[in-house]
Design a protein around this ligand. Structure first.
Ligand code: OGA
Ligand code: MN
Length: 288
């Protein structure tokens, strides 16, 4: 069925749009191509009133490319329906807390993610928003001195680093290796601070909580610079925090946005579903 896409750009930001198109599961190929072009332009598309079933979300995500993983619950509710206790600080709670820092997904893997389809099933009354920040606009807003300073620089990206910084030390298994998704034992990926988008050619800043240790810089100077860049980049009008309603879905471009969760009262339930779109190894692989 051919549907007209109603695309309404977000106000007071450099990116993002709300898309009304009926159910995203029903888009025919021409409509999807139009949607994909809008995704490249706006980097974040928000779809109200979708209430996607799991297989529907996975199928929709797959239209953007092969998936890194099909579906992960991002939630403080366990599969048995009971709440995780905040102070237990179990591994899932550590992930939820970690997500509250500005980051880009899977930059600590050999190939960073292309994007994600993310949906809300149950949301708290206050907080638990998802913030997004436009790293294309951040790059465009850099002054000449900063630009000259960071041109050609790169940083290492590791989940081990970013979680350890929050006091969340992952355990080593009997082989002395870190187990668990993202705590890889291979070489730590290194990525340029300035990323060129493989489909639009636009430059953006590739920074966030997993980035550390710029080769050729003192550790402290490197940390200061990376923090200054995040502080500068994640400011209005380059940020937007989405206040979720159940049934909403979004798709974000992980090649040019940072994102973060905002805190919420963990005695309230928050159930979100994440389908992660895999990056193209040609453009999203770490530097050799
Ligand atoms: C993620 C993530 C943020 C949120 O799922 O990768 O960072 O708002 N989520 O839960
Ligand atoms: Mn994330």
């Amino acid at each position: 069925m051919v549907r007209a896409l109603d695309i309404e750009p977000l106000r007071d930001t450099t990116f993002g749009a709300v898309v009304r198109c009926g159910r995203v599961t029903d888009l025919d190929e021409p409509s999807f191509r139009e949607l994909y072009a809008a995704w490249l332009k706006y980097a974040l598309l928000i779809f109200p009133d979708q209430f996607l079933k799991r297989d529907e979300q996975i199928a929709f995500a797959k239209r953007f490319g092969p998936l890194e993983f099909e579906m992960a619950a991002i939630s403080n509710v366990k599969s048995d329906g009971t709440l995780r206790i905040e102070k237990d600080n179990d591994d899932v709670m550590k992930v939820l807390k970690g997500n509250m820092g500005w980051h880009c997904d899977s930059t600590y893997m050999p190939v960073q993610a292309k994007g994600a389809v993310f949906s809300a099933e149950e949301v708290p009354t206050i907080g638990g928003h998802t913030g997004f920040a436009d790293m294309r606009a951040a790059y465009d807003a850099l002054d000449q001195a900063t630009l000259a300073k960071i041109e050609g620089l790169s940083a290492f990206h590791s989940l081990y680093y970013s979680q350890a910084k929050l006091g969340h030390e992952p355990k080593k298994n009997s082989d002395g290796e870190y187990s668990g998704y993202g705590f890889h034992s291979g070489p730590v990926p290194r990525r340029a601070l300035i990323k060129v988008h493989p489909e639009t050619g636009r430059k953006s800043l590739l920074i966030g909580r997993h980035a550390h240790n710029i080769p050729g810089m003192e550790k402290d100077d490197s940390q200061r610079l990376l923090q200054e860049l995040v502080d500068f980049a994640c400011q209005p009008p380059r940020i937007y925090h989405h206040d979720w309603k159940p049934g909403e879905a979004v798709v974000w471009d992980n090649r040019c946005l940072l994102h973060q969760a905002t805190p919420w009262d963990m005695t309230q339930r928050r159930i979100m579903w994440h389908s992660r779109i895999a990056g193209d190894p040609v453009s999203e692989a770490a530097l050799a």
